[in-house]
Design a protein around this ligand. Sequence first.
Ligand SMILES: [Fe+2]
Length: 487
Amino acid sequence: MTMGLRAFLSPPRTALLASIGFALCASANVYAHSDHERNTLVPPGYTHYAPSPVPDRVVLTFAGDPATSAAVSWRTDTAVENPRAQIAPALDGPALHQVEQTVAAASVGLTMENGAALHHSVVFEGLEPDTVYAYRVSGGNTWSEWFQFRTASDSASEFAFIYFGDAQNAIKSHFSRVIRQAYSDMPKAALMVHAGDLVNSRDNRDDDEWGEWFDAGGWLLGMVPSVVAAGNHEFHKHELPDGTEEQRLSPHWAPQFRLPENGPEGLRDTVYYVDYQGTRFVVLDSTSALNNDTVEQQARWLETVLRDNPNRWTVVTYHHPMFSVSAGRDNPPLRDHWKPLFDRYGVDLVLQGHDHVYGRAGDNLPEGKTRFDDEIGTMYVVSVGGPKMYMVSDQARTNMTRVAEDTQLYQLVRVQHDRILFEARTPSGRLYDSFELVKAADGRNRLFEVLPSERRCTRPDIPGYRETRCWEGSDLIEPPAALRNAR
Ligand SMILES: [Fe+2]
């Protein structure tokens, strides 16, 4: 039996300890190398991710109607003058420069450990629906390559998108194959949803981490628009004069992602919605909701965008799960203030992260309904894209339809007139979970499922690891203290 096949058959951990010489050898090899040899960290003394005259960190987003506009952000050093972007119909020949339109950029300065940078952005407006455009962004006496994207149709029609849970740790090393495999499976994806904790931001290496995130996604971030939700790791703690603490959004976030700014006052960098071909994507900020006491403010705004919603489908994304999948985690304010609105207005799909496992359904757990509730019809999903791996709680194992440990995943979602087809796939492209939500004439959703065999944590017991975690994520950068001391 191969290691991969055994992992998929999900043996209990005790059986693993008795039976897997291969796994123990593999773990011994892992810890035989020095910290930095195991990872993609920039060696001490170098600034690989320093800004330069050459544009980098190019990322496409929505800041208006996706049928007629698109936004792009990028970074240079501070010597760049007259930052701008050019856009042109995607000709079949090279004469893009002869038909381009130039748009002046807005720029924000940001000084981080890699030096002083300018983050630029433009919103291209007045575009034709369902049309391919090429664009490029300027640097210091140079340009980026020409990127391409297609505007949305101006009416409801079929499309597909990709959804990722937390990338967060060892991003270039371990998230890169996830995002690249997802794109190779779905190169016509209309957009990518990132459900928070794109980076870790806790080791004073924020700028390197963002450098890794852009390395992992590379040029596809400039071609497929990202719908980004902020996670707790995109916030930093600040102590207030009265001794209390509040969470403040990372200084990278707003300069780096040009967003619609149609959210509630004071939360416009992290709360917004976008309508794409008959689907409303609503992005909420669960970190601010839970830590900065904005859950009710967001609920008031949420009610307006769910009540006045002309779209057939509604997808909501935010970071902290409505129903936690990992042990020792719970977010009751979200159930108190947001879930009643999801129920009342028939939200179809809720895409979340934070728990570093996979978990689907478990709808209405507090009310005793432990599976998908076809009276309401909302499907809740938690997923993880990066290598930080927690354990599934006993409660979630009992109550949820589908869970996974020790498994990085990406999700491919196809939106059709009367159904949403959802697939969760592993980094090798293997199908792990699949369901269809079929919207009946009365607006209710019916559920059809395909469930391959379940995955559990396959790491043998190693001193230094917590019971609730399979892999720390940060252990791929630096081993736990107990292991370090043992060497
Ligand atoms: Fe998180």
